[in-house]
Ligand binder design. Structure first.
Ligand SMILES: [Zn+2]
Length: 81
């Protein structure tokens, strides 16, 4: 069984957290002109997404699949100097 996960393409073994961007439904308190005053909840419902998933450490666009093995990663780092 192959395990597929999100991983950072440059640092698959070190960068393990990601920022995912979703469209959410949220209640706002507004004034009589329709101007924003404040949010009333953090998120009522997820509408769509994730649109993007980026590495939380370096900002790279995350890849999904089988991450490079530790040996492949060490060889790549040696090639990169
Ligand atoms: Zn990263």
């Amino acid at each position: 069984m192959s395990v597929e996960i999100y991983f950072c393409p440059d640092h698959p073994l070190e960068h393990l957290d990601f920022v995912a961007t979703y469209s959410v439904m949220q209640d706002w308190l507004i004034d009589c002109d329709g101007g924003f005053l404040e949010t009333l909840d953090s998120c009522a419902e997820v509408i769509d997404g994730p649109q993007t998933i980026n590495c939380a450490s370096c900002g790279n666009s995350a890849r999904f699949g089988r991450p490079p093995s530790a040996l492949e990663q060490i060889a790549k780092q040696a090639e990169d100097g």
